[in-house]
Design a binder for this molecule. Structure first.
Ligand code: IVH
Length: 668
């Protein structure tokens, strides 16, 4: 039996690694996502039943879960230097001429993209991922292994004829698409948006919760190998060689890397990417040029901070000037006011720019803007172009200063700016149309109540006709009211009625998410529902009780309490209760409350009960199961063969480790 299990685990691991590589490195999947998920699920189940065979490098680890309270400092085996930067083509020409004098024989150069992300060094021992360390100060960095392991394009085990012990370096970055999706999600939750992919990649990599990293979709290109016994004689050979070991490296066919022996070849590469960079799926901030041959590299050596054999050419952020025609103000779902500069259309970085975000009142003040100003617009690391300056010399004396509005452009209510916040808000949330409609749109969205047949357009119509101005109104709609809306046929009206009806069975945690409480996203809603079971309990919960819940901190606790102090919110909830929505989770009948307030991590194999039976017993006696050990864990219930990493973690956090018999004693 156990051998069969072990073999199956090995088989699934190999299959999943293969498909992972095909999908994330080769961009050439050969099975469907569904089939992949089935294989993954099978492996997860097997590992849960037989934790003694679960490897630290299993593909199931890609979803994260490990928490790092404090990143360990690690001294780099090879110092992590930086490149000397140049901002003009002349500097590159001078560098190349200098090298010609210094080096022996003809020189080959390799041109590469300069990825705009965070440097990482990853050590592999005997074909296995062993440790990933950030650059830090170049001499020592931080061990961010748990987070890096969740990046799917980074192999956990190698294939082919790999070297026994080496370090590979590269750049971790946020692909633009994933970054935009993250910001869209934050906007929906009313959370502040991230400014640019690079800083967000860097922040994400330092996240304590590796699950967050796994969800965000970082990626990585690898550009250099270091080791005492490597089978390569040149840089390009190494980049192409380690690809065979499973690494994602820049490909010549994509023009991401190119060998040349002349300054003309280097310039051609620079000019090509200066234009094309805007069409890449990720940000680059320049080009790196390296001497290809390792022996020549060694002869050229280093200055104090950087190698002589490489140089970076940094792109200038493209800047154009245009006219500021008008400043308008957008009102978001949460009432946040965003000023927007409306510009005379101008070509920038390959796209026509008509608008630029001005962020907030302080930004307008800082720029000292007047209508009709000639402004400089730049597209730097940020996705949205920004105004970086004003040409005051050409400003007319009659120009009108831009003053931040005092009243909401949508509902005329007075705006407020909370202490310590940069954003102005319209707090007239019950009346202000974009807030009212935005709340309804969030409520019906797929991850919330998922009401079939209802979209933003219909919400708009319902609102305009005075049929719905609160989510509770949706449950009072009649077939006749709906069918009379523009472009609404019998069939779609029926669909909508059914969608509304069906939403009454949506579980409590999603109803809670749908209410649109500030900062309460899907996960927080799930944790709140699990912890308090009933909406009334959440409404009554004290600040201390709220922050005791997983992943709930000060900011969220305050937002939850504020929400439930709002009479109007309570009235809406009352109406939704009357309509029959789910406001509690299905209760398991409690055998006792002996374990109330206690959280358990159950691990290993037990002799009297199965693991699932034990977990059931914990819940039936009022306790709570959690997946990973944290400072909040009360007990680790350890069976046979519990992994050494977990044991170590539990004892380092001073958490009691109890046996099956201790547990039986606890519940009597
Ligand atoms: S090679 C000895 N190649 O730029 C330096 N670096 O200031 C070896 N970077 O810290 C670095 N793309 O984070 C190299 N293709 C590339 C790069 C690259 C981005 C970053 C890296 C490094 C910084 C250099």
């Amino acid at each position: 039996m156990s051998q069969a299990v072990q073999e199956r685990i090995a088989f699934l691991t190999e299959e999943l690694n293969k498909h992972n590589h095909l999908y994330y490195v080769e961009s050439n999947p050969i099975i469907s996502d569904f089939d992949f998920d089935m294989l993954l699920k099978e492996l997860q189940d097997l590992e849960a039943k037989h934790p003694e065979y679960a490897s630290e490098l299993s593909p199931t680890k890609r979803v994260g879960g490990d928490i790092t309270k404090k990143f360990q400092s690690v001294v780099h085996r090879y110092p992590m230097l930086s490149l000397s930067n140049s901002y003009s083509e002349e500097e590159i020409v001078e560098w190349e001429q200098r090298l010609k004098k210094l080096a022996e024989g003809p020189i080959e150069y390799v041109c590469e993209l300069k990825y705009d992300g965070v440097a990482i060094g990853i050590r592999y021992e005997n074909g296995k991922f062993s440790r990933a360390v950030t650059r830090g100060d170049g001499t020592q960095g931080e061990d961010v292994s748990a987070n890096v392991k969740t990046i799917r394009s980074i192999p956990l085990t190698l294939k082919g004829n790999f070297a026994a012990d080496f370090e590979i370096r590269g750049e971790i970055f946020f692909p633009r698409k994933n970054f935009e999706a993250l910001n869209a999600q934050r906007e929906e939750l009313g959370e502040p948006m991230f400014a640019n992919p690079r800083n967000t990649a860097s922040g994400t990599l330092k996240s304590q919760d590796s699950k967050v990293v796994a969800e965000r979709g970082l990626d990585c290109y690898l550009y250099g190998v270091y080791g005492d016994d490597l089978p390569f004689e040149s840089h390009l050979e190494s980049v192409n060689g380690v690809k065979e070991w499973g690494f994602k490296t820049p490909l010549e066919k994509d023009k991401y890397i190119h060998k040349t022996n002349s300054i003309e070849g280097i310039m051609e590469f620079i000019h090509f990417w200066d234009k094309e960079r805007f069409n890449l799926p990720f940000d680059i901030d320049g080009i790196v040029i390296k001497v290809n041959n390792y022996e020549q590299q060694q002869d050229l050596g280093f200055t104090a901070k950087s190698p002589r054999w490489a140089i970076a050419y940094k792109f200038k952020a493209e800047r154009v000037s245009t006219i500021l025609e008008e400043v308008t103000y957008q009102v978001g779902r949460t009432g946040a006011i965003t000023p927007v500069a409306n510009l005379k259309p101008v070509l920038l970085g390959g796209t026509v720019v008509k608008r630029a975000s001005l962020h907030n009142a302080d930004q307008i003040e800082k720029l000292d803007l007047y209508l009709g100003d000639e402004v400089y617009v730049e597209k730097g690391g940020e996705i949205i172009p920004k105004i970086v300056g004003v040409n005051e010399a050409v400003r007319s004396n009659a120009a009108e200063k831009v003053n931040f509005i005092e009243y909401c452009p949508e509902c005329n209510a007075q705006l407020h700016r909370r202490d310590g916040e940069a954003q102005h808000y319209c707090t007239n949330d019950l009346i202000c149309p974009p807030q009212v409609k935005g709340r309804m749109e969030h409520f019906i969205s797929r991850k919330a109540m998922n009401i079939d047949g209802l979209g933003a357009e219909t919400i708009d119509l319902l609102y305009q006709k005075g049929l719905a101005s609160s989510v509770a109104d949706l449950y009072d709609l009649t077939f006749d009211q709906i069918v009379n809306l523009d472009r609404m046929a019998d069939k779609s009206a029926n669909n909508l009625m059914k969608g509304i009806q069906d939403s009454k069975t949506i579980p409590f945690e999603r109803v809670l998410f749908a209410l649109g409480i500030r900062f309460v996203g899907e996960t927080v809603a799930k944790n709140l529902a699990a912890a308090f079971k009933h909406i009334d309990a959440i409404a009554k919960a004290s600040y201390e009780e709220l922050i005791a819940v997983d992943e709930i901190g000060e900011k969220i606790a305050i937002a939850v309490q504020q929400f439930f102090q709002d009479e109007k919110a309570l009235a809406t909830i009352e109406r939704l209760k009357q309509a029959g929505l789910q406001f509690e989770i299905e209760e398991v009948e409690l055998a006792s409350n002996k374990l109330e307030g206690k959280t358990f991590v159950v691990s290993g194999v037990f002799s009297k009960f199965s693991r699932d039976e034990i977990k059931d017993l914990i819940e039936k006696n009022g306790g709570k199961n959690v997946g990973s050990i944290s400072a909040k864990t009360s007990y680790v219930l350890a069976g046979e063969n519990m992994g050494p990493a977990k044991l170590e973690k539990a004892s380092s956090l001073g958490i009691a480790i109890i046996s099956e018999d201790d547990f039986i004693g606890m519940i009597g």
